[in-house]
Design a protein around this ligand. Structure first.
Ligand code: GRF
Length: 192
């Protein structure tokens, strides 16, 4: 791309993956700018982190809209002015509709804490332990209407140690998520 790519990040919570992407853009590891961070929760801690970086923040809460489609329409209306080349979901806890995804076809990524297609949805670490899996991990994938269902960009695994707990496994996976997301964004931007 000739101009710097523009990334918008969507979060619902603490924003550690968001922070990793911001830092990578600021250091030049990713040749792009994070131009805005959006959240469906006004109290998402990640919003204040983004604000401290001088990035535009916007919260659009579901409770202020009468339907999912109106809530999504508000996101779309707020997004359009930023002209994002890439939208990165980073702990964003809403399933996007086909209509939303169609607006940004092949431009929305998500990070999910499992080795997809295993364990779509929630509680992935507990499910990997319950199944006595020997390995677990995380995946960055394109977002489609189907939950955690789009084409995989990158995936990385960790081994599950004897005596592993849900928390220790979550920590272990999170520790590799941040670099995986940076690498995946670079991979996708190199194809644009
Ligand atoms: C991460 O584990 C991510 O894989 C999942 O939600 C969590 C978000 O964590 N989608 P953070 O907000 O990026 O710290």
């Amino acid at each position: 791309m000739s101009k710097a790519a523009k990334i918008v990040i969507l979060i619902s919570g603490r924003g550690s993956n968001m922070t990793a992407l911001i830092k990578a853009c600021r250091s030049g590891e990713i040749s792009a700018d994070v131009v805005a961070v959006f959240s469906d929760r006004a109290d998402a801690p990640g919003l204040q982190i983004a604000k401290a970086y001088g990035i535009d923040i916007t919260s659009i809460e579901r409770k202020n809209y009468s339907s999912k489609s109106e809530h999504e329409a508000a996101f779309l209306a707020a997004l359009v002015g930023y002209e994002p080349d890439l939208i990165c979901l980073a702990g964003f806890m809403r399933v996007l509709s086909a209509n939303f995804v169609a607006h940004y076809n092949n431009k929305i990524l998500n990070i999910h804490p499992s080795l997809l297609p295993k364990y779509t949805g929630l509680n992935t670490h507990a499910r990997a332990l319950d199944n006595n899996d020997e390995e677990h991990g995380c995946t960055v994938h394109y977002v489609i209407e189907e939950l955690d269902g789009g084409p995989i960009v990158l995936q990385k695994s960790v081994s599950i140690a004897p005596g592993e707990t849900e928390q220790s496994l979550a920590d272990k996976v999170l520790a590799i998520e941040h670099q995986l997301y940076v690498d995946a964004v670079n991979s996708v931007l190199s194809r644009v």
